[in-house]
Structures are given as C-alpha cells and as structure tokens.
Design a binder for this molecule. Structure first.
Ligand code: IVH
Length: 675
C-alpha cells in the first residue's frame, strides 16, 4: 500500500470529523450535507478496497456526536442507531435494497413481493421520548447513539407532543421520532432574526437542532418546532403489534403525532412508486425531507435480518437530490422590487440543487452579506427548498487568492438613477424614484394584474417589459388604453393573444373593492388588510379620506400600516391614478360600512380542513369572513371552530386533542343561518 492512500484516508477522516463536529455539536455546518456525503462515500470506498486502512474511530465505524456543555448526558436504554443511505436517486436504488433484503432472507427468486412500510425521511433531529406509566418523563437527543443529551425542557415546549398518552399505562414506552421546523416557521424566524440584525439559521434542520439544544426553554417557546414519530426504543408492558406500520397506527391512537404520508408498499415496484409520488409532492410539503425511508414491515422478519455494523439490514433511506449545494459566487447584481427595495442577487456558477439548475439566488440585504462575510469569488452554499426563492445561506471558508473589495450598495438606483435611501434603523435600501422608476413601474403593473388582484390573464413579465420599455405604459390607467393595434405590434404577439388580452382587460374592470385596494400596491396592504379596509369602510372614498386615527380602528391595522395608507392617498398622483382607473370603467359594488366589532362572528377564528361537499374552501372562507370571522391556517388554542370535510388530516386530530368544536359543512351553514 502506498503512503498516499494512508494519507488520503487520514485527511478524509479529519475533514469528516471536523464537518461532523460543526454539524452535530455546534449546529453550525460548514459544508452542505451533499458535500459531507460525498467525502463519506469516498472514505467508505477507500476502506472497502483497503480494509487495512480502517481504524476503530473512523467516522464510518461510529455514530458521531457529543454532549453539549450545559446539558445532562442520558444513557439510552436501547442504542439509537442510524440507517444506511441509498444515494442513487433513481428507481434502481429501491430495487437494490429490495434485492439485498430478499437475498439476506434467502428467499427464492419466485417468492412473492415483500411488504415494506414506507415513510418520509424528515430532515430534523432524532429524539427519544420516554413515557413511564403514560407520562412523559424525559426527552433526549441521539448524541453518539449510546449517550444523548437531556432536552426535556425544550421538548416540552412542542405543543404537539403530549405530556400524557391516551389510554396507556405501560411501565415504559419510548417513542422515537424526528423533531423539525416547518418551512413557514423557519422563514418567519429568519425574517425576525434579519429584521433584528441577528444571526439567521442556514436551514430548518439547523434551526430545529439549535432550539432543541437551547438551555433556555423560554427561547425555545418562541421558535416553534414540530414532531413525527417513526419508531420505538425501550418498551416494557406494552403489547407490540406484529408490523411496523401497525406500530405507527398504535402510536397515533395514543395521541403521538405520526405523519400521514406513509403507506405499505409491495416489493421493489411499490418502493419506487412511493419514491416517485413523494418526489412530485416534495416541494409542496410544509417541511423539508431529504428522502424516503423503506422498512421491512414484518417485525419478525426485521429481527431475523438484524444489523450489520450498527445499521439495520431491514431499513434504508432513499435520497432525493440535495436542497443545498456548493458553488461559486461570480458576481452580485441589484434587483429593484415593486416597493423600490434593492435586493442584492447572487450570480452563481450554475448548480443543480433541489431538482433544478440555479444560477441566481437572493442575498437578502447588505447586512446579511456583511454578516455572512460573502465576497465575489467565494465558494458559497446555495439552498433551494420548496417554492421559496433560492438563497445563499453561507460561505465555505477557504483562503482568498487576491484582494476582493467588500460589497457596497449603490448610491443611485441602477435602473432609474434616483437616490437610494435607507430608513433609519432599517435593514433595507430603497430607490426613491417611485413610479418614475421603470423597475418599480413594471413590478407595480405585474402586481396589479396578478391573479389575486385584478386578475388580468396573459399580462406576464415579458409583455410588461416591452410595454414599459417601449413607452406604451407609464401609469396603471394606461393599461386600459391599450388597443388591439398596439398589442398586436409587439414582439411575439399573435393577433389571437392580443385579442385575448384585450378581453381579459375588459373583464378585469368588473372587480371587488378588496381586490382593487390590494391591486394598488400600497405598502403593507396585503390581501387580508384590503379585505378589512373594504369591510370597515364600505366604499373607496371613505378609505381614501380616512384619517390615521380612523384607519387605526380597522382590525389588524397598526400605526405603520395606518400611516402608509394615509400617506398613499394624500399623494395627488395616487388619487389621480384611482380616478383615471374609475374613469376607464373599473368598478365594484360598494357596501355599507361594517366595522368588525358589530358583525355576528366577530372575534371568532375558524380553520377549514379537508374537502367540503359543496363549497370550495375559498367560498367557505368568504362566507365566514363576511360574517366577521377570521379564517386561519392552523389550529391552536385560539381556534373557535374547525370546519372539517372529506380527508381532513392532522388539523382535525389537533382540534380533537385540544377539545375544539368541529363542524361539517352543513353545521357551518346552519351556524351562518342562525346569526
Ligand atoms: S428510522 C434504526 N425513519 O434519519 C432505524 N429515521 O439515519 C432508526 N429519520 O437518525 C431510524 N425520518 O433522525 C427513521 N421515517 C424515518 C426517519 C428517520 C428521519 C432520521 C433519524 C435517523 C436518521 C437515519
């Protein structure tokens, strides 16, 4: 054996140890998981080809992790192991696992397909919940698999984890599962951190790990976590079902959160079909997953298969393309948004991440760039998960070869040349050009035309680009002056699409006051504020003439929003825009002023879940809102009623758990009739 290979193995071990320490102990990874996996596989391959290179403390031989100072070590009654990863993201990966299991069980080639429990692989951290006599007595992290950390104090802040199990008093029942942070909770947390100029988290997994391993439960309470169970630890005095899938059903019946996207699949084909189904749904899931997990369903067969070097032979994690990758930052450009906000956008060496090739990613704002110490030429980590815009989440430290100046925000708008201003204490830089700035004008038009605003079908960004750059449109009302001849003369515009657009413009004139108010693009006025304004004041003139004090009376309107609305309508050019739009024929039905406090369902919050028999969810929402109710997306103690239809899932469970009244559609309609 050459000296080279020994040195290579040593280097790989050292790198993997360092990266694992940053990931598991400090919750502050230095490289993306995909890079760690790549190096790990390199070491595995090297050790397989040269077994004499294997040392007992190689990262391939042990579970890495250590107890953080300040937390109490907990020795696991049953070790917490990890599972093998299949990185071939094609159906071949599933077939390979199935074949391995069948061979290990010595099944003849013509034996029927095996049944597998198939689940999501949640991207969070493993937790052991110990229930004694049905009461939660301890929660611990995995640590090195033998010894974890006592995190009972932070786990108790997770509302979905019951302190008492329903109908069970087994002396010991340890439930294992994953603690994670939903994407929306993660985005909101990072948004708050950014606004406060505080450290943002790289990804939800990291944020979750950081929260769980907090010494201070008060901080944990402000950073919501979620949990799903996927298995058991020590069990005494509880009748185990015969299969893994039935075990999860039993846990769900005890009140433990178990994810509903699971199934029992038959053979390699069933595994591959589940992998494909979840791949298609991955972006729309409310949380990150990095793969799916296949487990032999029959527990007797699991026991027969046993373990190989600390990993079960009966389970595998079948991965998806990584949501984080490394690439190089080639430059930073400035994008100007609808409200004039300047966003630094990273120009990247194209990289395949989260299933698509990404070459642009947001850097959020100047202060984020400074805090992350990002400079052009650096190796950076890019994250693309779900429908969220790709972002640069960090830099991979490496020596810079030459001097690179620090990034600065331009003093003048790169699009219109107006002064760039920053509000006192704020994190954002803005172009002061308003609708004089073509970039803001284009965004304002796109917003005006968007589906939830005036809903002008066919008015996309390419078209707006041409219309603004060519001078055909300067203000919003110009839109309604567009004739067939102007449109048909545009690039790549067929006569038919021009006619369709003219029809769409005409159609959009008949609208509602909330839509119109939202379409104007007043800062801080989103869809729900627009609805509140319309309801409260009844008509547009009353909104336009309202004082700041009067605006503060509106539900959900605080001083910042009131000031923004008031200022907007004080500008003569904005009033002119409104008048011209009305003159062009934009109209809606005005109503009577109806401050929320006098409406019958004022102060009541509803959550709608599942498919209702006759109404769409949007229709049900509109009816409830018209009666003064609020309609929220998630169930909490503040929810007054849950309206549940067909295939209602976890929200219904949560309502039952919290003892909230559940209505079906007929019950909801009755309630509306009675008031
Ligand atoms: S089963 C002995 N099922 O992935 C088998 N793990 O390396 C124990 N994970 O440490 C794990 N989702 O943190 C299992 N549905 C799932 C999972 C899952 C996520 C995590 C878990 C574990 C790691 C596997």
């Amino acid at each position: 054996m050459t000296q080279d290979l020994t040195a290579q193995a040593r280097e790989l071990r050292a790198l993997l140890r360092r990266y694992a320490h940053r990931y598991y102990v400090l919750d502050d990874p230095e490289v993306p998981d995909a890079e760690y996996d790549r190096l790990y596989q390199q070491l595995e391959a090297l050790e397989a080809a040269h077994p004499e290179l294997v040392v007992p403390d190689s990262p391939t031989q042990r579970v890495i992790g250590a107890v953080l100072e300040g937390l109490t070590p907990v020795r696991h009654a049953v070790p917490m192991l990890s599972i093998k990863t299949e990185t071939d993201t094609t159906p071949a990966g599933a077939a390979k696992f199935d074949l391995g299991v069948r061979n290990a069980l010595k099944l003849p080639a013509d034996a029927p397909p095996l049944a597998y429990a198939v689940e999501l692989k949640f991207d969070g951290l493993a937790i052991n919940l110990r229930y004694e006599q049905g009461e939660l007595v301890q929660a611990a992290t995995r640590g090195d698999g033998e010894t974890g950390e006592d995190v009972t104090h932070t786990i108790r802040t997770i509302g979905a984890i019951p302190n008492y199990l329903k109908r069970v008093s087994a002396p010991v029942l340890e439930v294992r599962g994953e603690v994670f942070m939903r994407r929306d909770d993660f985005e909101a947390l990072n948004e708050r951190q950014r606004a406060a100029g505080a450290k943002t988290f790289v990804n939800p997994r990291n944020a979750a790990a950081g929260v769980v391993r907090q010494l201070d439960a008060g901080i944990a309470r402000q950073r919501p976590l979620s949990f799903f169970a996927y298995g058991l630890g020590e069990v005494q005095g509880w009748d185990m079902p015969a299969t893994h899938s039935a075990t999860l059903d039993a846990l769900a019946a005890l009140g433990i959160p178990v994810n509903e996207d699971r199934a029992v699949a038959q053979g390699a084909e069933g595994l591959a079909a589940f992998h494909a189904r979840i791949a298609a749904a991955r972006d729309s899931l409310p949380f990150d997953i990095d793969g799916v997990v296949y487990k032999v369903d029959d527990l007797a067969l699991q026991r027969q298969l046993g373990f190989k070097s600390r990993e079960p032979r009966w389970a595998v994690a079948h991965k998806y393309p990584a949501q984080e990758q490394m690439t190089r930052l080639l430059g930073i450009e400035i994008q100007v948004g609808r409200t004039g906000r300047l966003t630094p956008v990273a120009k990247l060496e194209p990289v395949f991440v989260g299933g698509t090739t990404v070459s642009n990613a947001t850097l959020h704002n100047l202060f984020e760039i400074r805090r992350k110490r990002v400079r052009v030429g650096d190796r950076v980590i890019v994250r693309r998960a779900g429908d969220v815009i790709p972002e640069v989440v960090g830099v991979v430290p490496e020596p810079r070869t030459g001097y690179v100046p620090n990034f600065r925000m331009p003093r003048h708008c790169p699009v219109c040349g107006s002064d760039v201003v920053r509000e006192r204490g704020g994190m954002d830089h803005r172009c002061s050009g308003g609708l004089f700035c073509p970039a803001q004008r284009k965004q304002a038009l796109l917003h005006f035309a968007s589906r939830r605003a005036m809903d002008i079908e066919g008015l996309g960004d390419k078209l707006v680009e041409q219309l603004v750059d060519g001078g055909a449109i300067r203000t919003l009302p110009d839109l309604y002056k567009l004739g067939l001849s102007t449109l048909a003369a545009l690039d790549r515009m067929a006569e038919k699409s021009a006619a369709n657009l003219v029809a769409a413009l005409e159609h959009s004139k008949s609208t509602t006051l909330p839509r119109f108010l939202f379409a104007l693009g007043i800062r801080h006025v989103g869809e729900s504020t627009a609805k509140e304004l319309a309801r409260h004041f009844g008509g547009l003139d009353a909104v336009m003439d309202a004082s700041e004090e009067a605006l503060l009376e509106v539900d959900d309107v605080g001083p910042v929003v009131a000031q923004s609305i008031h200022t907007f309508f004080q500008q003569p050019h904005n009033r002119e825009v409104v008048e011209q739009l009305r003159a062009a024929g934009v109209h809606w039905e005005e109503g009577e002023p109806a401050p929320r406090a006098v409406l019958p369902l004022a102060g009541k919050t509803f959550v709608i879940t599942g498919t209702l028999p006759t109404l769409s969810r949007e229709e049900a929402k509109e009816r409830l809102e018209a009666a003064g109710a609020k309609v929220a997306g998630s169930v909490s103690k503040k929810t007054s009623y849950v309206v549940a239809g067909e295939a209602a899932g976890s929200k219904l469970d949560k309502a039952q758990e919290l003892g909230i009244e559940v209505l079906d559609e007929a019950g909801m309609l009755d309630l509306l009739r009675q008031i």
